[in-house]
Design a protein around this ligand. Sequence first.
Ligand code: 16G
Ligand code: MG
Length: 552
Amino acid sequence: MAEQDQKDQIILDQLRQIEEFSAQHPRVFDESRGALRVFTYGTAGFRMHADYLESVVYRVGLLAALRSRNLDGSTIGVMITASHNPPEDNGVKLIDPQGEMLEASWEAFATKFANADSDVDLARAYLDLSESLNINLEKPANVVYARDTRASGPALAAALKDGLTASGAAMTNYEVLTTPQLHYIVKSINTASTPTPYGEPNEMGYYAKLSDAFAAVMADKGPAIVTVDAANGVGGTQLRKLADSIDDKFLQINIVNNASDSPEKLNALCGADFVKTQQTLPAGTEPVPLALHASLDGDADRIVFYYVDQAKRFFLLDGDKIASLAAMFIQELLVQAGLQNKIRVGVVQTAYANGSSTRYIQEVLKVPVTVTPTGVKHLHHAAQQYDVGVYFEANGHGTVLFSAAAARELASFEAQSPGQQSAVTNLARLIDVINQTVGDAMSDLLLVVTILAHKAWGPADWNSAYTDLPNRLVRVVVRDRFGFKTEDAERRLVEPVGVQAQIDDLVNKYKLGRSFVRASGTEDAVRVYAEAETRLEADELALKVADLVKNY
Ligand code: 16G
Ligand code: MG
């Protein structure tokens, strides 16, 4: 066969296989709408009831293969999880080569593939995308994947495997992992043959990297003691493995809600989302006063901390508190090293950050704050603008990014005193304690514990830095949430026209009042956030604004 014919044959084979396998993973008919269900790749990929997902996951496999080929065969990750959603849901998201979220321009391609009407249309969309981006379909494609502990996971992973097989991708199934572990593995694979490999590209390498750095930065401190609610998800088993690789003299972890083999219990009355939204203890905990507690979400990329005082009152230490603690500690070390003018720290938050945290970071720590729209990818990119970018959503999703230049500066720094030396050494070790690819509950746990140990602080000392303003979040079902358009990092409504002026009038009536409305990216509703000086006023403001928007 002539070379051109051979090429054509490879492409034709792929298209034929894509159609054949697609017939085994048909789109589900939505009885309630009397039409095929429509999908959108949102802030966290595709996420919905698992019954609808099989065709979507199959098609994500095709897209992952193209994404890899488009990036010269770099390894792409696919994670099957629905995070904090109920057990019957599932979801799927793509991970780019450096462990980052899928590049935004590809989200539309994912949506297009998921909504192709027929098997033939799907193969056509695949060919069209490869032609429009000049993707050579004969080139190798490499994809790795994993899933959380949901009952629907194995069947969806099988559908993904079919998508990868049909498109001729090489694949590795990492079975059950946390989302951040897969991000770590993707980055480690893609940096393996560079001068700065991120880590051993496997699960054991992940534990080794974190535990080595943690042992080094703890040095003569410890043991830290913490009780962790694992949401009955993947985080519990993985955290146990991490804890087993850390000496007891540094850290002792007690895990509760660790029934990952009972997937129907996932996130039920427990986990980071429950604790944050209900502002209360998870089921299955009887805290000792002033002891440190934490909750993970279903895929262990979020964490919140809390404790009770002597009177058994509950105190939440959420993402804003973590960001404040991390920024404070890193800034202190930089000052101690005399590097505060060379390495600039910044914090990235969303509109949901408590106003007290923003004031504390800007006015007390004198650290700049950037506000971005909701969704990790926005915060992550903004954090990359700083030498050290601390980013956290209030819900506990976040991490700290050290720029390559900052890491080099620390590595080559010549200390003039033992104090300077210890500050720089600790900063350099912190880089490896922190998962640089994405927010990671396990790595954030080590970060917080390290800082508390160095400060000799308990959770109440940490909490005393500032007092949260009372706040209230209300979910409002509206006729058309897409009619709500925002500007200024979601803090102001542009549409429906005129509503923002009315919100302003309400807000002005309350001391320290603040409120905003945005369409949810994961549910068919809008969310109203309000804060004010007292609990009563925060509740009242939230309800008034909710009342205002419910008619749109
Ligand atoms: C997604 C986002 C999360 C955000 C949440 C907001 C990622 C990985 N996850 O879960 O960061 O807080 O959406 O949900 O970006 P909402 O749009 O329904 O308020
Ligand atoms: Mg999550």
